[in-house]
Ligand binder design. Structure first.
Ligand SMILES: [Fe+2]
Length: 414
């Protein structure tokens, strides 16, 4: 490569005080044309020119030299820090795409900074070019072990610097593209999953047209309670989505019972109760939901059992949906069904859905009743504290009544 491509050290210091005058095409605007190879190099770097490069070095002259070489090559977004104690804070503030890092600095060494940034997931792919003396072998090994990308020998030479910067940014660009694609795909899959769940829930509703928008309201109430209990955001979203399927098992109940307008006989009611187990079987295929095992096990423990069955679902959503389906009619005092679980034997998701489901039944119109006024719904829930319901969950739900009423009205049955 023609060395005239790069600035001499004296040119660098002249130009470093002012922005280097380089156009987008790589041609010098001051009339001094670059040779073909220089233009090709600049064009090659077009895509990288908007990347932010950060230089951390306690010697201002070194920073000037690096910045000038980079500017001359067309890089427009260069930031620097000469105080090593401020370098990490600047790094978080600037979010660069590439870091040029000096090692020998007072107070905080480059190795300390490198170690700190590699501990943070957001900088795990940040390319770091180490500025060092050529002879420092032991330090180089240490830097490599800490995740250095490459080394640059001081005093900085453009021929040494620019290809390394270009390559590091190229890798960074591919990683960014890959991460973006993975994020987009994940969002698409999540969206598809949400749609499938809603379709399944609608299928169950078609058979039991009394419920209308019941499943949506219940899932929203579940989301509110889970959030107010302080559960992690992912868990809240999972629980809310899974609750949509809480009555999925009703597809397995004969029409004569499911659609019977009058009161069910004892025998019919015992068939109706099976919708819990049917729902669990449909959603997660877990072996012990028929009451043969201990349904108080965590979803994870039950999933471990399910792996022994080839048809057992492994998705967290369907496992959660299965757990809700089989436990949303259990009662805090042990008088519920299908397994008569008591207190905290009932998984949290089942206890939450029980409150949401009953509130919705009370506050909605049914063929046999008008919607109960809010104060009557509240007093029935309060009466059920520690009998039907987990008392803490009733309290949390009633604390959010304003939000609940908005959902009730927004998704009211037509
Ligand atoms: Fe149910």
């Amino acid at each position: 490569m023609n060395t005239s491509t790069y600035l001499s050290e004296s040119q660098v210091f002249e130009s470093a005080d002012e922005p280097v005058n380089v156009s987008h095409s790589g041609e010098c605007l001051d009339g001094e044309c670059l040779d073909g190879e220089t233009v090709a190099t600049s064009e090659r770097q077009q895509g990288s020119n908007n990347y932010k490069i950060m230089v951390v070095d306690d010697v201002p002259l070194n920073v000037k030299l690096a910045s000038a070489h980079l500017s001359a090559a067309g890089y427009k977004n260069i930031v620097s820090e000469t105080d090593s104690t401020k370098a990490l804070a600047r790094l978080y503030q600037e979010q660069p795409d590439l870091l040029l890092l000096d090692i020998m600095m007072p107070h905080v060494s480059g190795l300390d900074i490198l170690a700190a940034i590699r501990c943070d997931k957001q900088f795990s792919h940040l390319p770091v070019l180490i500025l060092t003396a050529a002879t420092d072998r032991e330090m180089k090994i240490q830097a490599l072990e800490l995740g250095a990308t490459d080394f640059l020998t001081k005093p900085l030479d453009a021929q040494d610097l620019l290809p390394r910067v270009h390559n590091a940014l190229l890798v960074k660009s591919h990683q960014d593209d890959l991460e973006l694609r993975v994020r987009q795909r994940t969002q698409e899959l999540q969206h598809a999953q949400e749609e499938v769940v809603i379709c399944l829930a609608r299928a169950a509703e078609y058979r039991d047209n009394e419920t209308g928008r019941h499943v949506i309201r219940v899932s929203r109430y579940v989301g509110i309670i889970a959030r107010e209990l302080g559960l992690a955001r992912n868990t809240v979203a999972l629980m809310e989505q899974a609750a949509t399927l809480h009555d999925m098992g009703k597809v397995g109940i004969p029409d004569a019972i499911l659609l019977k307008p009058g009161k069910l006989t004892e025998e019919e009611f015992s068939v109706m109760k099976k919708h819990c187990v049917f729902g669990a079987d449909i959603c997660s295929g877990l072996i012990n939901y028929s009451g043969q095992g201990d349904s108080s096990q965590s979803v994870a423990a039950q999933a471990a059992v399910s792996t022994q069955r080839p048809q057992g679902c492994t998705s967290p959503l369907l496992k959660m949906a299965g757990s809700i389906a089989v436990t949303h009619h259990e009662k805090w005092d042990g008088s519920g069904y299908p397994n008569g679980l008591k207190g905290e034997q009932i998984p949290l998701e089942g206890r939450i859905t029980a409150v949401a489901d009953v509130f919705d039944a009370l506050s909605s119109r049914r063929p046999y009743k008008e919607p109960f006024p809010l104060d009557k719904c509240v007093s029935i829930l309060e009466e059920g504290r520690s009998q039907h319901f987990d008392p803490q969950i009733v309290d949390v739900f009633l604390n959010c009544l304003d939000e609940v009423v908005v959902i009730r009205d927004q998704y009211a049955d037509e």
